[in-house]
Design a protein around this ligand. Structure first.
Ligand code: ZN
Length: 511
């Protein structure tokens, strides 16, 4: 069995190495490649993906995994070896169910849709991309069809991002969340708005980047095993556990853009940097799921980065760097500015309270589209109606509505959006568990010390990589199922104070 396990590891390492090489080509494409390299780069990445897919679906790999089944069953579920075989088998079984010609067709269709969306989006011209989106819906249904026996047609699509999470489970969690969020938003909007003008002055790029780097270093992002570059859309990418890179974008008239974007990506990055080195070169060497990944970026961005404790330490430093802009702005006013709640039609950049309402509607639409309850043609109207209902606003055009997110125009419909909100819910549940274990964390943050928190996250979550599914991990870390209560408690307390919502309302927390 030893030799078979070694053979498995060798095969998996090759797949990981091809993945790493493709990721490096993509990183270069998005950070520093001259425009003239675009065509050749697409070809190069496509070739690596093809080689990866060939190796990932090789019948020899399937046989090896079968031969290792008795060995896996003889080991404890959470042992490294059993987990490696289990996760490798899951990847293999998912990969072989989808015929190669379908993969090629879907990828061709996705590229074509993306090209059309790139022009339709700025023009707000949904009609132009609609036939493509109809075909995407059809292909998404067919993709689900390769995994018969599902409860809900979205389940197989969710499984590809977040294994074991069921659509009906998410639907129930989200219904409870919406019941809490809609009234909270109403209460907040009924109060005088907070003033964030101090963030919208001129802040030179170099100083913003220098400050951001100081923050990231302090939080614990390891620059000897990573780096930060600029890209139009910030992202995190890992070539190995020892090389996890992040990107940011800077707006010289908006101080929050680069800063919170960088902290967000560093959260993803610290997760990947914290995976146990012994998983290097295996499929265990990445985050548990899209949801858990997002829980970490949001935990660092919001629960840490937008907290008063954090700014008690960093604000004097920021003021020293920008005395003309912030010299007369108090800590409290700055804290209020970075937590301003505003009903806007755009998901990206939405505040903590309204953000999830954007996600919840997308998730509902995905389910109804896949179920055949909603057609692509009806989507813009349904979109606008839901915006009015939940946030009391109306998008000015489809550019601010149904066209705003690239996801459906650059992939399939289903499986992605729920992860943003599960991530937010989990960020609060994990943070509460961390504070229970180490109540000193809040005081340490005020002194610019994040070591206890980072260490706890590494021990509880990061080091395990992909060993556990989302729900398995939640149970292990918190001793409980995934719940919305910690998140609601967090939002009600923080925004109740920020917006002077009367205590009687704040105390109406759910049991
Ligand atoms: Zn993220």
């Amino acid at each position: 069995m030893e030799s078979k396990l070694e053979e498995l590891k060798a095969r998996l390492r090759e797949i990981r190495d091809l993945e790493g090489a493709a990721a490096l080509l993509a990183w270069d494409q998005h950070t520093c490649m001259p425009a003239g390299g675009a065509l050749a780069r697409m070809r190069q990445i496509a070739l690596l993906r093809r080689l990866m897919h060939e190796r990932a679906t090789d019948p020899g790999l399937g046989r090896l995994l079968e031969e290792l089944r008795p060995y896996e069953e003889s080991l404890p579920y959470d042992s490294d070896e059993a987990s490696l075989i289990r996760v490798a088998r899951r990847d293999y079984e998912q990969a072989v169910r989808i015929p190669s010609d379908f993969v090629a067709r879907l990828s061709e269709h996705t590229s074509a849709t993306f090209q059309v969306w790139r022009e339709a989006y700025p023009a707000g011209d949904f009609a132009r991309v609609r036939p493509y989106l109809e075909r995407t819906l059809d292909l998404s249904r067919r993709l689900a069809g390769f995994f018969p026996g599902y409860e809900h047609i979205a389940d197989p699509l969710i499984d590809l991002q977040d294994y074991g999470v069921r659509a009906e489970t998410v639907r129930a969690i989200f219904a409870g969340l919406r019941e809490q969020l809609v009234p909270l938003v109403r209460e907040i909007i009924g109060q005088p708005p907070l003033d964030d003008a101090c963030l919208h002055q001129f802040f030179p790029e170099q100083q913003q980047l220098a400050f951001g780097n100081e923050v990231l270093r302090c939080l614990g992002y390891d620059f000897t095993r990573g780096r930060q570059d600029k890209s139009p859309h910030p992202f995190t990418t890992s070539f190995s556990i020892g090389d996890v890179r992040i990107t940011t974008r800077v707006a010289e008239n908006a101080l929050d853009e680069a800063l919170f974007g960088s902290i967000h990506e560093a959260g993803h990055g610290m997760y990947e940097q914290g995976i146990d080195e012994k998983f290097e070169g295996t499929p265990l060497a990445s985050g548990a799921s899209f949801s858990v990944h997002e829980s970490q970026s949001r935990l660092w961005e919001n629960l840490v980065g937008r907290s008063l404790s954090f700014w008690r330490f960093f604000y004097p430093r920021l003021q020293a760097l920008f005395p003309d802009q912030l010299g007369n702005v108090s800590l409290e006013d700055f804290y209020r500015a970075v937590n301003k709640v505003e009903c806007s039609p755009i998901r990206v950049g939405a505040d903590e309270v309204t953000y999830n309402l954007h996600v919840l509607m997308r998730f509902d639409f995905e389910l109804r589209l896949l179920e055949g309850e909603l057609s692509v043609r009806e989507l813009p109207e349904a979109w606008n109606a839901r915006m009015a209902e939940d946030l009391g606003i109306m998008p000015e055009s489809d550019r601010e509505g149904v066209l705003q997110d690239v996801h459906w125009y650059n992939g399939v419909i289903g499986g992605m959006f729920h992860g943003y909100t599960l991530g937010n819910i989990l960020s609060a549940q994990f943070f509460e568990a961390a504070l229970r274990a180490h109540p000193e964390i809040t005081g340490e943050m005020e002194a610019g010390n994040f070591a206890t928190l980072l260490h706890w996250l590494r021990e509880s979550i990061y080091r395990h990589g992909r060993k556990y599914t989302t729900f398995e991990l939640v149970r292990r870390v918190t001793g409980d199922e995934l719940r919305i209560e910690p998140y609601i408690r967090y939002l009600r307390k923080k925004y109740g104070e920020l917006y002077n919502i009367p205590d009687s309302n704040v105390n109406q927390t759910i049991a």
